[in-house]
Design a protein around this ligand. Structure first.
Ligand code: XIL
Length: 307
């Protein structure tokens, strides 16, 4: 590579990327991916990837990502155990105790399978409703919440019982300090802590744009308050819709990383895809660190400078 790698500057700090195994044989993709020291599977470790049919656990897709990470000397992040979105259809169709038992079984089997390999998992993803405007949160009225009103507590208690070593995360979007949902999620997590629900960390997804992004002081303050609760923070899925504004995008990325690095409990920073072409947002949004030809963008250089 003609450019410096993120991992060479990151030291023990985790700088990560979401990947899809169907791109692993693309040379540009593979080279770009090797700049990071932390990996998360974009989809393969979700329930739909691991348990496409009830009771038929198939870890092969998630393993393919985990094994690639090990091959490249990267640590691996688990995403995600319980989520209302993208459920396998069998799961979404269950009711009451059958749904509860299936959720518990999935958490148990998956955490035990990856015990000692994956040290942080998103246990619950996106449980708070977008209309929430702190201090009081509102639960998303999903099939999970409707069938199991205490599914979040149950998921974390189950996860802790299954693995005493895995760091257990709550992960959500619009949590970065721009919207009212940020304070709602903060209070939701604070309440969990006060009731001794076993949560170790919070994932701030950080899907933002050059039009709408948190001011540095705001995000720095928010991460600091999570640290005061005794939690670890990961920025888990960053992308920045750029509208062609490469330098504006670079600033948004670097301020996010700077805020994370300024708070000792913020231990990881991950972007949600390798090249713009791979992004769930579509290539036109140019939301990532590498362009569609896997050349590093201004945002990449800004992260190098910030590390
Ligand atoms: C997205 C993936 O990027 C897409 O490929 C998939 O079709 C849908 O899910 N929040 C999350 C991620 O926690 O799991 C989502 O990933 C993006 C939003």
């Amino acid at each position: 590579n003609a450019y410096e790698s993120l991992k060479s500057k990151a030291g023990n700090f985790r700088i990560g990327v979401a990947t899809s195994s169907n791109k692993f044989n693309n040379a540009g993709y593979s080279q770009a991916m090797a700049n990071f020291n932390y990996m998360v599977a974009e989809n393969a470790c979700k329930m739909v990837g691991i348990q496409p049919q009830q009771g038929k656990y198939d870890f092969s897709q998630c393993d393919a990502h985990y094994n690639k990470a090990k091959e490249l000397g990267m640590a691996f992040r688990g995403h995600c155990l319980v989520w209302h979105s993208m459920p396998p259809s069998w799961f979404e169709n269950l009711k009451g105790d059958a749904l509860k038992n299936a959720m518990v079984d999935h958490i148990n089997k998956t955490l035990k399978y990856y015990e000692g390999k994956i040290d942080s998992w998103d246990v619950v993803n996106e449980a708070i409703d977008d209309s929430s405007n702190g201090p009081q949160w509102k639960m998303r009225p999903s099939f999970l919440y409707q069938n199991i009103p205490d599914f979040v507590d149950l998921a974390f208690k189950t996860a802790r019982a299954a693995s005493s070593t895995t760091k257990l995360f709550y992960n959500d979007y619009n949590t970065e300090g721009i919207y009212g949902k940020s304070e709602a999620v903060f209070n939701f997590v604070k309440d969990m802590k006060s009731r001794n629900i076993p949560i170790d960390g919070v994932g701030l997804q950080y899907h933002v744009s050059t039009q709408s992004f948190p001011q540095y002081e705001k995000i720095n303050d928010l991460i600091g308050r999570y640290c005061q609760l005794g939690l670890e923070v990961h920025i888990t899925e960053m992308d920045v819709k750029s509208g062609g504004n490469a330098s504006g995008q670079a600033k948004v990325y670097s301020e996010a990383l700077k805020a994370c690095l300024s708070n000792s409990c913020c231990k990881a920073f991950l972007v949600w895809g390798v090249g713009d072409n791979d992004s769930w947002l579509g290539a036109n949004e140019a939301g990532l660190l590498f362009d569609s030809n896997y050349q590093p963008k201004a945002a990449y250089n800004a992260l190098i400078e910030t590390l």
